[in-house]
Design a protein around this ligand. Structure first.
Ligand SMILES: [Zn+2]
Length: 346
């Protein structure tokens, strides 16, 4: 881990392209079970995890997230026993590091627990112990920074942030927050101010909402934090048209989400709009695959290795397909589609 080219130095010199979603993609491929969505795949089928890391890297991801989402006692212990938590966290970091070397960064990951209750000191202690256990294993293996993601409650995100700061690595905290704020009643900008004030180098949003709604909240966060703080936006790759319904509330979740799948052009537009809005860390979450990441990277002016195989429909055998060599016309803005009355941001 070279401090000169760490996450903060990269952000200071331009947009950082993140990766996409792991668990849903590995479920599609037959390596993760829908329902629990726990990441024991890092021990059972390490090659499957390496391969997906490789695909994101090839597509232009500058950061590979260790697959440690839900790698906590509350999710793993009931089925696998306590020892599994350390093994999964360590193995996940090692796999990401194998693929990331020498150029990409590796982030550790922690996420919301299943037992957090806002305002309950016992719940705070439980969450703190859980984060500490995961972070100790991940940091011992060597991560470049830590992403604490998919929090529905600001209170729990603050606990994760404190645990990361205590270990002296840069913290990126992204909330699972849509236009209507967190489960504990805080809007995105206030979350961003609070987390940046408590030491998060990067704040933002991830999961649950499509690029339009996620970017709307992330842009409001950008306006709320000092210039020296960075903002991340990692939306799902599915359309969520109703500001009151995240993708987990849709009837298609989780087994028929393909009906709502966004295209590579949607994600490319998102990347351009996000960069224009001052978002420093641009990636994806559930439903964002390697081809989406390549489209985002290219939209940001990058030429990752996978660009060698970017489409050239002018070479297609059918003339009517050749005529589609150019992408369809873009709407003026993605965000213009949102019902303004439903959005609670300053
Ligand atoms: Zn997600």
């Amino acid at each position: 881990m070279d401090d000169r080219f760490g996450i903060l130095e990269r952000l200071a010199s331009g947009v950082v392209v993140g990766d996409g979603g792991y668990l849903l993609e590995l479920e599609h491929r037959g390596y993760v079970q829908a329902g629990p969505y726990t990441p024991e795949v890092v021990l059972e089928h390490p090659d499957a995890v390496r391969q997906l890391h490789r695909e994101f890297r090839q597509a232009g991801s500058e950061v590979l997230q260790a697959l440690t989402f839900y790698a906590a006692d509350d999710k793993l212990q009931p089925r696998w026993g306590s020892r599994m938590t350390d093994e999964v966290n360590r193995a996940a970091v090692r796999l990401a590091r194998e693929v990331a070397c020498p150029d990409a960064l590796v982030s550790g990951t922690v996420t919301q627990t299943t037992t957090y209750v806002p305002g309950d000191p016992a719940s705070d202690r439980r969450a703190g112990v859980s984060f500490a256990r995961q972070l100790d294993a991940q940091c011992d293996e060597g991560v470049d920074f830590v992403i604490a993601e998919t929090f529905r409650y600001l209170g729990e995100a603050r606990l994760a942030l404190a645990a990361i700061v205590e270990r002296g690595v840069p913290a990126m905290i992204t909330l699972n927050v849509g236009p209507r704020g967190t489960g504990d009643g805080v809007d995105g900008p206030e979350c961003a101010r609070t987390l940046a004030g408590e030491g998060a180098a990067i704040v933002g949003v991830n999961c649950n909402w499509d690029p339009d709604m996620s970017l709307r909240v992330a842009a409001a966060m950008r306006a709320a934090v000092p210039a020296g703080a960075y903002v991340a936006c990692q939306p799902v790759g599915f359309r969520t048209a109703d500001p009151a319904r995240p993708f987990t509330a849709l009837e298609e979740f989780p087994l028929s989400l393909e009906r709502l799948q966004l295209t590579r052009f949607d994600l490319a537009r998102f990347a351009r709009e996000a960069a224009d809005a001052g978002i420093g860390y641009i990636g994806g979450c559930c439903g964002v695959g390697a081809y989406h990441v390549r489209a985002m990277a290219e939209a940001l002016g990058r030429h990752p290795p996978a660009s060698e195989k970017s489409p050239d429909l002018s070479r297609h055998v059918l003339p009517d397909v050749q005529a589609r060599a150019l992408p369809p016309p873009e709407p003026a803005t993605l965000c213009g589609r949102i019902d303004e009355s439903a959005v609670q941001v300053p």
